[in-house]
Design a protein. Structure first.
Length: 335
């Protein structure tokens, strides 16, 4: 099986979060065959019932190549043409999984046995797999995380801060609004204040950004609404403390801001000879919390087609990534 075939085989297994079990079974089997030929070990590490991380290693790992095995919905199967492989997870991150596996195979063939593979569940929702892996470190000094970065090494990635902003009111007949209290109006007032928050900026990562992603509430057009809620997502360039305080102050008296998720921004190192970039999306790296070593972030494919119905990965970029992952690993393995 070549890298294109492996990529398509992985894409064709539905692994929309939290339905990762079957792709985990497939990867464990594929890696067990590799380990049997090369004297390695493969472990399935349970995160939750029917969900587990897959770890393959040979000698004590120094460098771990890691990415996630789950995808966003909706699932759609693979296809290919002369230039691209298409399908859910093509670049985020099943093509990356294939390139990592083939990179480690090449390292093994060259006698290098200190690289490991760690594939985790749940990145697209809450990094459950990476959080579990952080409690089970194997001594790795470096982790090369795979996400679609257009084959550039990432100097920094933004974090994430997510709130549910909830407003409460009192129901009444809409013909007599003075007898009620509109939760929607209170929510809109709170959100207007939130939109005016002065967000932090960073010399490397740039400006924090804010998105009001969903709004829901009310019962009928002729009923004063007693409940309303919005989901707010902020891309962080720092640890989020100042933004958290600003949101709480902005909604005070109108609504409550319930924090759902906070992932701090991450700064990472460079490697000579590799083009660099910064990214606005979050990764599993903060959830690893340093347990698997100093983080690096690199991967083929573009985030701009991930999570879309046009998701794809260029075959040429996938093949080139096999060489680049080897190069990064060799650089980090130098004495």
């Amino acid at each position: 099986m070549n890298a294109f075939e492996l990529t398509r085989a992985l894409i064709d297994i539905d692994s929309v979060t939290p339905n990762e079990e079957q792709v985990g079974v497939y990867l464990a089997g594929y890696l067990s065959a590799l380990a049997e030929r090369t004297g390695g070990r493969v472990e399935r590490i349970e995160v939750e019932p029917h969900r587990y991380n897959v770890l393959a290693y040979w000698d004590a790992p120094v460098v771990t190549l890691s990415t996630h095995i789950d995808t966003v919905p909706p699932f759609f199967a693979s296809r290919e043409d002369d230039e691209f492989i298409w399908g859910r997870g093509a670049c985020d991150t099943k093509g990356i999984i294939a390139s990592m596996i083939f990179a480690v195979e090449a390292l093994l063939a060259a006698g290098e046995r200190r690289a490991a593979l760690l594939f985790v569940v749940g990145e697209e929702r809450n990094s459950a797999g990476a959080l579990a892996a952080a409690k089970d470190s194997r001594g790795s000094k470096y982790v090369i995380n795979g996400e679609p970065t257009e084959s550039k090494l990432v100097l920094g990635s933004k974090g994430a801060l997510r709130f549910e902003v909830v407003a409460q009111g009192k129901m009444a007949h809409s013909a007599y609004p003075h007898l009620g209290e509109s939760a929607i109006e209170k929510l809109l007032d709170a959100l207007e204040r939130v939109r005016k928050i002065a967000l932090p900026s960073d010399a490397v990562l740039g400006q924090s950004t804010l998105n009001i992603g969903t709004i829901q509430g009310g019962r009928a057009p002729n009923v004063i609404p007693d409940h309303a809620m919005a989901e707010v997502f902020i891309r962080l360039v720092d640890d989020g403390d100042s933004t958290r305080r600003a949101v709480a102050e902005a909604v005070a008296g109108k609504a409550e801001a319930n924090e759902v998720l906070c992932i701090p921004a991450v700064h990472m190192g460079s490697i000579p000879g590799l083009e660099t970039t910064v990214v606005a999306f979050t990764t599993d790296i903060p959830a690893f919390n340093g347990a698997w070593g100093t983080p690096y972030l690199f991967g083929p494919g573009s985030i701009h087609v991930a999570h879309t119905d046009q998701e794809r990965i260029a075959k040429s970029e996938l093949v080139a990534a096999i060489e680049t992952y080897q190069m990064i690993a060799r650089h980090l393995l130098k004495p």
